[in-house]
Design a binder for this molecule. Structure first.
Ligand code: R5P
Length: 326
């Protein structure tokens, strides 16, 4: 059934979410034509009227962060030129977020730049999921909501992993807050890695603060990209711990083609290091990456809930999620 006051559009990186979201909300997907010219330029044309409608775009900026971001901007431009009333961009994985401050100097702050570009494209509201740093919300001058998936991660790990004799291990100081929330939800102790970035995509483990020897380890991070942050830690502790599980929101899983031919080999290396399970959500599509240690937590119903609140309810998203979990 076409809902007449709002419409949801999916782009190249969000089709995996569309079936469940549409089923849950009872709405059909907005229809569009998306093509690429030979030089790489993106072309989008709406196949239906959006005049006066509230519009939701769902798209993680993943699997080519630049192209997927451009798709959001181009779709927004066509929506605004077609008289959409309000455009909400739901960006389950928000790329460019890690460059959120000056580090060495003479650099860009890309998360601020992307926020500015998104805003100037005409988007009225942004929803993110476990954005790398909460303060990025302040880079926007439009309403933003950052949904925290920690409750879903805690629920899945509690259901599927034996948490006996387990500690939570935070892979750096930046992840301590989330790790400590997970530790308190699962009633476990927390230890922390003191890591230093030695190269653009690699780190060195200096120290481990807290207990870990003889324990089962549950590591938590906001994202796994090259996997090096986690692998360097595991290499250091693997002979002194009982078992290792990993949980993260965003499975970016970028392949270093000089090391791995495919994702099978990428996950094989984690398995060889003794990792039993890697739990990630499907903020990024994991189709084609199947491996026996990779477990995907579906968050499409969370996105559907967010859309329902924005389109139909008079309460804030925070209020909605607090009520849902109480
Ligand atoms: C760093 O601040 C992030 O929270 C992640 O730990 C990091 O981006 C993971 O990247 P990789 O898997 O490439 O080490």
């Amino acid at each position: 059934m076409k809902n007449n006051h709002y419409v949801i559009f999916y782009l190249s990186q969000s089709n995996h979410l569309s079936t469940n979201i549409s089923k849950e909300l009872g709405v059909e997907n907005g229809e569009l034509e998306l093509k690429r010219f030979l030089d790489g330029e993106i072309y989008i044309r709406l196949k239906e009227s959006v005049r006066g409608k509230e519009v939701f775009i769902i798209q993680p900026t993943a699997n080519n962060v630049n192209d997927s971001l451009m798709e959001i901007l181009i779709l927004t431009d066509s929506l605004k030129r077609s008289s959409a009333k309000e455009v909400t961009a739901i960006i389950p994985y928000f790329g460019y977020a890690r460059q959120d401050r000056l580090n060495k100097g003479r650099e860009a702050i890309t998360s601020k730049l992307v926020a500015t570009i998104i805003e100037s494209s005409g988007i009225d509201r942004v929803v993110t999921f476990d954005i790398h740093a909460n303060q990025i919300q302040g880079f926007f001058n439009i309403p933003t909501d950052n949904i925290k998936t920690i409750r879903y991660l805690a629920r899945e790990t509690k259901k599927n992993i034996d948490l006996n004799n387990t500690i939570i291990l935070a892979p750096d100081f930046g992840s301590v807050k989330r790790a400590s929330v997970l530790a308190s939800m699962l009633d476990l102790n927390l230890s922390v890695i003191d890591k230093r970035r030695v190269k653009h995509n690699d780190v060195e483990i200096q120290n481990i603060i807290g207990e870990y020897k003889g324990k089962n380890i549950l590591m938590i991070d906001d994202m796994i990209d090259t996997g090096n942050t986690l692998k360097r830690t595991i290499e250091k502790i693997k002979n002194e711990v009982d078992g290792i599980n990993i949980v993260a929101t965003h499975g970016v899983f970028s392949l270093d083609k000089t090391k791995y031919k495919n994702h099978q080999e990428y996950f094989d290396e984690f398995e060889k290091l003794g990792v039993k399970n890697i739990y990630v959500t499907n903020t990024i599509d994991q189709t084609g990456r199947e491996h026996k240690i990779l477990k995907v937590i579906d968050i499409s119903s969370v996105i559907a809930g967010v859309i329902d609140v924005i389109a139909n309810k008079e309460i804030s998203i925070t209020e909605y999620f607090n009520k849902k979990w109480n």
